[in-house]
Design a binder for this molecule. Structure first.
Ligand code: FES
Length: 150
């Protein structure tokens, strides 16, 4: 009778230990899923903002997104993605991306910028501000700590 009790206790402890290992492994998998991969953290820092799937923006097209309430154009260029502020540097109007000409056009005073945000024509004297941008795991991320140095 006492031997059965000891074996039963050992069996119970063995199951308990095995279950704990499984729960611990499950927790690690969940943490790995919730925490961004190191490539995202190291390449773009902790203030990155996911702005969408890279495949959703064909080459030559752009998408206007908000990055911490700032309007930002994400444009898929032949060399990769670019992210530039949508605020015109003349008086702050929202510029529009033109797929056909691959330029940013400001409707307020006919300002014109190239696909990198450099001034081509009109009243603006400064380029559109650029943001660091990257693609990790098929998703586009923009660094939201503020416009990058031009
Ligand atoms: S606000 Fe854009 S050109 Fe004047």
């Amino acid at each position: 009778m006492a031997t059965e009790s000891v074996q039963s206790r050992r069996s119970f402890l063995g199951k308990l230990l095995g279950g704990s290992v499984l729960v611990g492994a499950g927790g690690l998998l969940a943490a790995a899923y919730l925490v961004p991969p190191p490539a995202v953290r190291s390449a773009l820092g902790g203030s990155r903002v996911r702005v969408g799937d890279a495949g959703a923006i064909p080459v030559g097209q752009g998408r206007l997104v908000l990055v911490h309430d700032d309007p930002v154009w994400i444009v898929h260029l032949a060399r990769g993605f670019a992210a530039v502020s949508a605020l015109c540097t003349h008086r702050g109007c929202i510029v529009r991306w033109a797929d056909a000409g691959r330029v940013f056009h400001c409707p307020c005073h006919e300002g014109l910028f190239d696909e990198e945000g450099n001034v081509l024509a009109g009243l603006p004297r400064s380029p559109l501000q650029r943001y660091p941008v990257g693609v990790v795991g098929g998703e586009v991320f923009v660094v939201a700590r503020g416009p990058a140095e031009s």
